[in-house]
Design a protein around this ligand. Structure first.
Ligand code: HEM
Ligand SMILES: *[C@@H]1O[C@H](CO)[C@@H](O)[C@H](O)[C@H]1NC(C)=O
Ligand SMILES: *[C@@H]1O[C@H](CO)[C@@H](O)[C@H](O)[C@H]1NC(C)=O
Ligand SMILES: *[C@@H]1O[C@H](CO)[C@@H](O)[C@H](O)[C@H]1NC(C)=O
Length: 533
């Protein structure tokens, strides 16, 4: 053995002498090419392992399949699903991601055991600099479960009944004064949906969840802070969550200033003994003591407020934008929705309330549901694997340190589950056949009972312990916004638009690629703001 080591050592020495005497250009090409060759050899050996899911081939170490995945994740999934089946891995910026497609993938990832996977390790780089410390993914999972329970205090049917008129008032005000509509002056115009929908979303969410005072701040320079914070909420954080650059400094300053403002309001309400049932701030002031007796600090409550608002902002704004864009090429659906509004309100003489929306507007509901089917705002959801995981009915083990990736948004676009899946058709939900996938069994992770099975092909709000708690708020907010849209306007694409835009997968949520303009005109029947209770 000693002899062999010596021989190898001598060979290496000769090799290095040879290398040192090469001209610089050849040296450089070896330095560049050697890792590439090593990378290819590594992948060859890896592909022989029966206990590993197939690895998508890549040329450049570390970068891996980042470009193909990042620009068109669904195309990337489809091509590799055809080659490898529902389970395969790829390299993404130094991480190995194991993609788990289809309903079995949903079940595997969303219902994975707490000790096997971690959402906080997968997401904390993205969220913690934006939300702040001690909440959501900057705390152990049992804290998150309690935080979700606290937030749900402001997301009850009783709260929604109060929110509907507040949201409606914001929407009406926006149509009267917002620069793309200004109904006080205009009867038609062109609106940029990628400006109007984020604005409507933040105005309505702030008014309902944070109260009048915080909503009014958005009419001041304070709004720029939200914009700075928002710009800091980008997938770049996964790679660089902190750099000494101006936009990171602005993000951190915005986080500090906004959370301080929320804390001042909390202190003010506490000092005045003014804690009621108005909004999420009241709800958290009443209920934010963890199961073990530890109380959330005011800073943590403020950070949780930021996290919840952020969680709802992009998802809801994207959804209403896509909905308006699809309806722009469907005057038939606009008319049907308008007729539903008229039936539900006795031609506008009955106020818009939460009950009316829940009970008498099934098509509106189905239109939201169909928009979320075609445009899941989050194309990929991740967990970091913390214990070797066997994928059922395969020979694959996903080792600790890998990530698992699940994509209900991809499943929701497959013809096998949704015939003619590329067609926007709210009426596909008329008989609601898909709800039969739910087992009916329930489970409670600490924030209320949710469906136990997560193998439905339709999961816009995820499933399991990380399931969304904002579903009913989102339906309420989107329902009011869209009710008023269809009662007030008819709209279509201007000549400059070429149908519903393609999705842009590179932003935080899947947004329509600009330009996103619609040409609106006031309905002949329009006679001023709608009635609210
Ligand atoms: C159309 C609107 C929305 C969609 C499509 C949506 C989607 C989702 C999805 C898919 C998840 C699961 C993430 C994962 O498993 O990794 C989630 C979690 C969550 N969402 Fe939403 N969401 C929406 C609106 C909202 C709103 C309005 C709020 C707050 C009021 C909210 C708050 C949350 C929270 C707190 C979580 C829990 C995160 C966790 O437990 O890890 N969402 N949402
Ligand atoms: C609403 O208006 C339509 C058409 O003008 C009319 O046929 C209908 O009877 C009205 N319904 C109510 C409840 O007023
Ligand atoms: C509308 O959808 C929401 C959320 O999925 C659901 O809770 C509600 O029952 C639906 N309402 C109607 C009228 O279908
Ligand atoms: C594994 O295969 C068995 C037999 O085909 C089947 O009954 C079971 O549902 C499968 N489990 C999963 C998670 O795919």
């Amino acid at each position: 053995m000693a002899g062999l080591t010596e021989q190898v050592f001598i060979k290496l020495q000769l090799l290095s002498i040879w290398f040192v005497h090469l001209p610089i250009t050849q040296k450089l090409s070896i330095v560049v090419i050697a890792p590439l060759i090593f990378n290819i050899l590594y992948q060859l050996l890896y592909s022989l392992r029966k206990d590993r899911a197939p690895l998508v081939f890549y040329w450049i170490p570390w970068i891996g399949s980042a470009v193909e995945y990042g620009t068109d994740p669904y195309g990337f999934f489809r091509r590799n699903q055809e080659k490898y089946g529902d389970v395969f891995s790829f390299v993404l910026l130094g991480r190995v991601m194991t993609v788990c497609l289809g309903p079995k993938g949903h079940e595997f990832v969303f219902n994975a055991k707490l000790n096997d996977v971690s959402a906080e390790q997968a997401y904390t780089h993205l969220t913690t600099p934006v939300f702040g410390k001690g909440v959501i993914y900057d705390c152990p999972n049992h804290r998150l479960m309690d935080q979700k329970k606290f937030v749900k205090g402001a997301l009850s049917v009783e709260s929604f009944k109060k929110y509907v008129p507040l949201i409606a008032e914001e929407v009406e005000k926006y149509f009267q004064t917002g620069s793309y509509f200004k109904l006080s002056e205009n009867k038609h115009g062109i609106a940029n949906i990628m400006v109007t929908q984020p604005e409507l979303t933040i105005f309505t969410a702030s008014r309902s969840l944070l109260g009048k005072q915080m909503r009014e701040k958005l009419n001041t320079d304070f709004a720029y802070l939200y914009s700075d914070l928002d710009k800091g909420f980008t997938p770049i954080n996964f790679v660089f969550s902190n750099l000494p650059l101006p936009n990171y400094k602005k993000r951190d300053y915005a986080q500090k200033t906004i959370s301080n403002t929320y804390m001042e309001l909390i202190k003010e309400r506490r000092a005045n003994n003014d804690i009621q049932d108005r909004d999420l701030i009241d709800a958290l002031m009443k209920s934010s003591t963890y199961k073990d007796g530890v109380k959330m600090t005011d800073q943590e409550i403020a950070n949780l407020l930021i996290g919840v608002l952020m969680g709802g902002q992009h998802t809801s704004a994207a959804t209403s934008a896509w909905m308006i864009l699809h309806l722009a090429e469907r005057p038939d659906l606009q008319q049907e929705l308008f007729e539903e509004q008229m039936r539900a309100s006795d031609n506008g003489s009955k106020p818009l309330t939460y009950e009316v929306m829940q009970n008498n507007m099934p098509l509106l509901n189905q239109t939201i549901k169909e928009t979320l089917r075609m445009h899941h705002p989050l194309h990929s959801l991740f967990r970091k694997v913390t214990r070797d995981l066997h994928f059922p009915n395969t020979s694959y083990v996903i080792p600790k340190g890998y990530h698992v990736l699940v994509s209900p948004g991809y499943t929701q676009l497959q013809d096998t589950f949704f015939p003619n899946a590329k067609k926007f058709d709210p009426h596909r939900w008329d008989s609601d056949a898909v709800s039969s996938y739910a087992t009916g069994e329930k489970v409670d992770y600490g924030f209320g009972a949710i469906s136990k099975g997560v193998s439905s092909p339709y999961l816009p709000f995820g499933g399991g312990r990380h399931r969304c708690i904002g579903e009913h708020f989102a339906y309420c907010q989107l329902g009011v916004i869209m009710s008023i849209y269809v009662r007030t306007f008819k709209w279509k694409f201007p000549k400059s638009m070429n149908g519903v835009p393609e999705p842009d997968f590179q932003s935080m949520v899947t947004l329509p690629k600009p330009p996103c303009e619609v040409e609106w005109e006031l309905r002949e029947t329009y006679d001023g703001p709608i009635l609210t209770a």
